[in-house]
Design a binder for this molecule. Structure first.
Ligand SMILES: Nc1ncnc2c1ncn2[C@@H]1O[C@H](COP(=O)(O)OP(=O)(O)OP(=O)(O)O)[C@@H](O)[C@H]1O
Length: 614
């Protein structure tokens, strides 16, 4: 029984069960997310629009994907959290931002960016309904963004496994691929992820014939999306699950209609090559002449759009200057980066240590300055108060007492604090200030504080430590690059809001266009095959259960059971597609409605096999 139904029975305690459960929208999830409304239901869980009350204004709308997981084992949770941590560190304008994930009341929750313009599937449906086509310029613009996003993820060894129009979102005409890397995170085992998350129409021949899944399989799916953008229909259609599978594995790849250029069609053919070894990669596709030429013009278009936005209602010169400054900062960063890359690992490590020391010294100096100012203020106050006391004493004390007060200064504390001819007030103030100094151990003088840190901290790094650190050099370099990307992305998105995506896209296009044209160093790293991995049968079962419920609802309990029993036997007897279609048309009005029953049987078979093999 899925969680949602269980939850509906106890509305007062759950915010995640339906649109109406939390009418006041007052229940906080994970202490920061307020449900605004339900967006839809997917094959794994339900999607909600939420308000992140801890986010900055203007950045509050996010999406919560709630996936019922039942009793996940602790090791499954740990693995999911590690994967989630990795995904949250990725930043690309064409990749739907994955913020975080957590477990809440037996549900695995994922928080992502919200795309108000819905998904590509909806967009294509609108075109179909209006009887119109997408212009090639629009198709190419989206395709380039998709290739950039896929290339970025493949370089980081992350596969999608379920690329389809429904997983591509639109935000102010920028496309964003959702659920990248999420299938493995949910399924625990990547093999099982391919089987249970892939959508048949987009699955590659090698994935369907169980010959493995790699980066090229994602490219096949992207080819299917390209075809769909041009023809508003699936690249491989069929009346039932098996006929679609047969067309993908054995049939001819379709061509684009003549209203699209031969170059775009050639690219499609390269993406739909049956043999994954001969199929194009995202990096190769991005280096093709057709894509490069279009990328140049899209880059100029995006650059001028951001410039225009900033100039509307503002000073054009200022925007030009801002743009030039941005470019300069970008170039300086690249230049500095190039210089750093020329250094030996040891030099780079020293530079890093110096930079870290500089930063700490700067902070200490700032702290010392603040303390210094604070002490000066307190000294002035004390002097002032003492002066008042002395004045009062002068009026009230006896003559002898006055003599002690005025002519016998207190013994100096030490040469440092007493001062050459310190007055009584100075001495008392010094005495009172001293405990502060001893307490913090930070020299009062800002310059001394700076030197103090270098003496104390920097030299304490031994050569052995340096050697050890050198081993981590590559990891740190990768981290640096990823930090740079994140900083660039954060700067773009925080400074320019929606424009940030355009700016970031231009930045990524420039990187691809400026990269070595021979392709050296641009090779995509094949995603690392994971070990056998445990099989998250809970997720697979939950996926099957949800599918069964959805089909039963559509066909009705009785019809579903009849179709299910018939298809199971027919598949076992290997009946021909024609016989199956005829038999199904006697049971239901539209045999195509049984597509998912077929798929369900396939899933059940796969799960049984996986369990037997695990
Ligand atoms: N980040 C998002 N921004 C806006 N709408 C979203 C977002 N994520 C999902 N949706 C919407 O929520 C609904 C369900 O989405 P979800 O991705 O779970 O299901 P799906 O794509 O239909 O199926 P599957 O689970 O097989 O991918 C869809 O209508 C989708 O457009």
């Amino acid at each position: 029984m899925p969680r949602f139904k269980e939850r509906a029975a106890q509305p007062s305690t759950n915010a995640l069960n339906s649109e109406s459960v939390d009418p006041d929208h007052t229940t906080l999830i994970a202490k920061r997310y307020l449900i605004s409304r339900k967006l839809g239901r997917g094959s794994f869980g339900t999607i909600y629009l939420v308000q992140d009350i801890k986010a900055a204004a203007g950045d509050r709308l996010k999406v919560l994907k709630e996936i019922p997981v039942g009793g996940l084992k602790p090791n499954e949770t740990v693995q999911a959290n590690q994967e989630a941590q990795l995904l949250s560190q990725l930043h690309h304008p064409a990749i739907l931002k994955f913020y975080t994930s957590f477990l809440e009341r037996d549900s695995f929750c994922i928080i992502t960016e919200y795309c108000e313009d819905r998904d590509l599937d909806c967009k294509l449906e609108e075109q179909r309904a209006a009887g119109s086509w997408l212009l090639e310029a629009q198709v190419t613009e989206w395709l380039i963004q998709l290739l950039l996003g896929v290339h970025y993820m493949h370089q980081r060894r992350i596969l999608h496994r379920d690329l389809k129009a429904k997983n591509i979102f639109l935000k102010k005409n920028i496309v964003k691929i959702g659920d990248f890397g999420v299938s493995c995170l949910l399924m625990g085992s990547c093999d099982l992820a391919t089987t249970f998350t892939g959508t048949p129409y987009y699955m590659s021949p090698e994935a369907l014939s169980q010959q493995g899944y790699d980066a090229k399989s994602d490219i096949w799916s992207l080819g299917c999306v390209l075809y769909e953008m041009c023809c508003l229909a699936h690249a491989f259609e069929g009346h039932n699950f098996l006929s679609v599978v047969m067309k993908i594995v054995e049939g001819e790849s379709p061509c684009l209609p003549e209203r699209y250029s031969a170059e775009l069609n050639t690219l499609l053919q390269r993406m739909l090559v049956k043999d994954p070894g001969s199929r194009t990669s995202a990096a190769e596709a991005l280096r093709s002449k057709y894509i490069e030429e279009n990328m140049q013009s899209i880059k100029h278009k995006f650059s001028s759009m951001t410039l225009q936005d900033r100039t509307s209602g503002g000073d054009q010169d200022a925007a030009q200057i801002l743009k030039a400054m941005q470019r300069k900062v970008h170039l300086q960063t690249l230049q500095q980066r190039a210089e750093v890359q020329k250094m030996t690992p040891r030099e780079r490590m020293r530079l890093r240590k110096l930079q870290a020391a500089d930063e700490k010294a700067r902070k200490l100096k700032q702290l010392a300055e603040e303390k210094y100012q604070e002490n000066c203020l307190r000294m002035r106050e004390l002097r002032c108060r003492h002066f008042q006391t002395v004045t009062v004493d002068v009026l009230t004390d006896t003559r002898e007492e006055r003599a002690i007060n005025l002519h016998q200064p207190a013994p100096p504390l030490d040469s440092h604090s007493a001062g050459p001819a310190g007055s009584v007030g100075d001495e008392i103030a010094a005495q009172l200030c001293r405990p502060d100094l001893m307490e913090s151990d930070i020299p009062e003088d800002p310059l001394t504080a700076e030197a103090y840190y270098y003496e104390d901290g920097f030299e304490s790094c031994s050569e052995e430590e340096e050697d050890e650190m050198e081993e981590n050099e590559k990891d740190m370099k990768d981290e640096d690059e990823s930090n740079m990307e994140r900083e660039a992305y954060d700067t773009f998105s925080h400074t320019y809001g929606q424009d940030g995506d355009l700016e970031a896209m231009v930045w990524h296009m420039e990187n691809v266009l400026d990269s070595d044209p021979t392709g050296a160093g641009a090779e995509e790293i094949q995603p690392s095959p994971r070990g056998p991995g445990h099989i998250n049968t809970t997720m697979a079962r939950s996926r099957i259960q949800r599918m069964r419920e959805a089909v039963t609802q559509r066909l009705g309990e009785d019809v579903f059971q009849r179709v299910y029993n018939y298809l199971r036997e027919a598949r076992r007897r290997r009946e021909s597609e024609l016989d199956v279609r005829e038999a199904l048309s006697r049971m239901v009005e539209r045999p195509s409605d049984c597509f998912e029953v077929d798929q369900l049987l396939y899933y059940e078979e796969q799960l049984q096999e996986a369990q037997g093999g695990s």
